[in-house]
Design a protein around this ligand. Structure first.
Ligand SMILES: Cc1cc2nc3c(=O)[nH]c(=O)nc-3n(C[C@H](O)[C@H](O)[C@H](O)COP(=O)(O)O)c2cc1C
Length: 171
């Protein structure tokens, strides 16, 4: 009854793990599916590995949790390996998430990540805590979003993707 068809992909239910909450290893993502998620979004991936901030990157108080991870991830090559393993473990829809420092990097990343058996591609255009490194977020510029979307479309056969901003999701 909760089965959901989203952009021609079947989800057993509409609950989907958000990007970054539990990394991108096959084992972690599979565990989320085993515990009831209809689909999973992997942690955002860059071309090269990134260490991110040193721990602690999450602080929990009585009334709030704040995080500043700084987009740590193992890079595109390792991510592809994990996505392949994930699909060997289950068939739940897998959303990969990518981010780059330039519009060109998004194209290159889309090409590399699309080698993996992913179902959707999320473009992370708005990470809030890396502006001193990345400059103004791409999500603030319609022109930048247009260029990135075109570059990604040129480099991937995946036709299910959306641009992610903090307050807006575009199918
Ligand atoms: C520890 C942590 C790591 C996160 N890492 C990512 C990430 O790598 N990429 C991304 O797009 N969002 C990341 N997020 C943001 C979550 O995906 C986001 O909080 C969630 O989708 C809720 O959506 P909202 O912030 O737009 O309300 C992270 C959030 C947390 C708490």
């Amino acid at each position: 009854m909760l089965q959901t068809n989203f952009l021609e992909k079947q989800f057993s239910n509409p609950l989907t793990l958000a990007s970054g909450i539990l990394g991108l290893t096959a084992a972690s993502l599979h565990r989320i599916v085993q515990n009831g998620a209809g689909g999973v979004t992997a942690k955002s991936v860059s071309l090269e590995p990134r260490h991110g901030h040193p721990n602690p990157v999450i602080i929990s108080k009585e009334r709030y949790i704040i995080n500043a991870v700084w987009l740590s991830n193992p890079g595109a090559v390792e991510a592809v390996e994990e996505f392949v393993k994930f699909k060997q473990l289950c068939s739940a829809p897998l959303i990969a998430s990518i981010f780059g420092k330039s519009t060109d990097e998004f194209g290159k990343l889309a090409e590399k990540i699309s080698v993996a058996p992913i179902d959707f591609l999320e473009l992370n255009l708005s990470c809030p805590n890396v502006s001193h490194e990345f400059g103004q977020r791409f999500a603030f510029s319609a022109e930048a979003v247009t260029v990135i979307t075109k570059k990604v479309k040129e480099k991937t056969k995946i036709r299910h993707y959306y641009c992610r901003t903090r307050n807006l999701r575009v199918a």
